[in-house]
Ligand binder design. Sequence first.
Ligand code: ISL
Length: 557
Amino acid sequence: MAKTRWYKNAVVYQIYPRSFMDSDGDGIGDLNGITEKADYIKSLGVDAVWLSPCYKSPNDDNGYDISDYCDIMDEFGTMQDFDRMLQAFHDRGIKVLMDLVVNHTSDEHNWFQESRKSKDNPYRDFYIWRDGKGHDKKNPPNNWRACFGGSAWEYDETTEQFYLHLFSKKQPDLNWENPKVRESVADICNFWLRKGVDGFRCDVITYISKPDDLQNAKQSEVVVGPRWKTYIHELADRSFNKYDTLIVGEAAGIDFPRACEITDESAGLLDMLFHFEHVAAIPVCAYSQKSTNLRRFKRILFRWQSLPETAWGAVYYENHDQPRSLPRFAPAGKHREAAAKSLALSLLFQKGTPFLYQGQELGMTNCPFTRGDYRDIQSVNLLADMQKKPFGAFLSKFTEKYLQRYARDNARTPMQWNTAKNAGFTQGTPWMKINGNYREINAQSQIQNPDSVFCFYQKALDLRKQYADIVRDGEFSPIDKRNKHVLAFTRQLNGKYLLAVCSLSPKSAKCKIPAYLCTGQATLLLRNTKQPIALTETVYLPPCTCALWEISPEKSK
Ligand code: ISL
């Protein structure tokens, strides 16, 4: 089927089901909870949702370890609940993307249960098994590290071999060299596409093809393995391309030149990808309290705005693996609301498909955790590992500081719906800590307040629709590129400009505007302050102020 590329005008809202809305009081978000909130999502003005995994899973990594791809996680409900939720979104004109996690499965998946039984089991080759090294063959086949700590190889007594797991040992990597694996994955995709889902966010999809000589390969070679393109083409032919899908790949480690190739329409691989350059985690050892450098942030964002015309990008500041953008990219203290709006404007008018993460539309912030509050396998393992090292007590303290800023848990605290008990998220005991600031930051109060972050998002999303052509196709140009406090740019199409000026500084700031933009007709479309903002060659901005103009200049550039 020919792609309509509907996603070029869309904004996607990511739901982390576990933390979105609990409908049955077990303390865990669920599908019926999401359905209850479909009107809320519609009212925000987004066009699609991406659901983090809701398949059957033992939850070693909160659903990113799947034990049955064609069934729903017990805590989240049933397949009927899923169908109802899908219908609720479609009735509202909202598309639904599933999270496709097929680099690995859970070790509790039937395929792995079979695979580990014996070397001649029909499922043995569904996973990547190798002999160990050393005289007793008890050393891992290579020095690769798992993302959640330790070796990427786990020894299995039954068959006396190691299996590969790039993530936790409960997430064995699938062997994509095996045609049966590839067929099975296509079947899974078709199962969901037949149900009517509109595409996939593909988890670590570029890691699926492993280097040939695994024992001697460098771990960096896994970022885009040797047969990656072939496998994606095959999957697209068998599944994705039969429908009008959006296929967005998570692509940790992908650099700009490679992204240009991969997302070029002619390549037929991914419609867009998530790069990590602006959110690259700082290693614990290099961590300091320094805040993000806006110049560096801008340099990265602007570079990624220069994808060729034939390629396309996904733009985002938050997701379930990242701390909140407040205070990461802008101040969260007394300027929190203004900062949240300024970030919103700076994101939503870039070229590409914006992805919002639940709670971002409220300006939700990082959470002040104490040690026992962490739930994410990555945080829990890191704390445990540090404690075991020499000077464990000191390292643990340091790690806690690091986690406070970078832990994935920050994004995973439950949605803050109202001022009722547990922020209106659950009647029971929440599965993880709720951020105490819910009395101040919650959906109910913001929906009613025209000056709220939520209403700002609504207005910005509405403007995106009014200016759909320029937002989709307009040329992107940075303004006052080297400014350390302000992120500003124009989008231009057929001589008409949108100018976004977004201060991310807690201090007053200035932004230099080129003379040609100060001529002709200018209309202020949106701002986050009641004060007037004059469009002159120097725009003066109170802390975290932002504004969006439509300009038809008399003179050209
Ligand atoms: O989260 C990270 C750093 O804090 C990343 O390294 C992350 O593990 C990587 O981007 C892959 O993420 C995806 O796959 C993981 C899962 O834990 C993440 O939630 C998911 O987004 C394994 O399935």
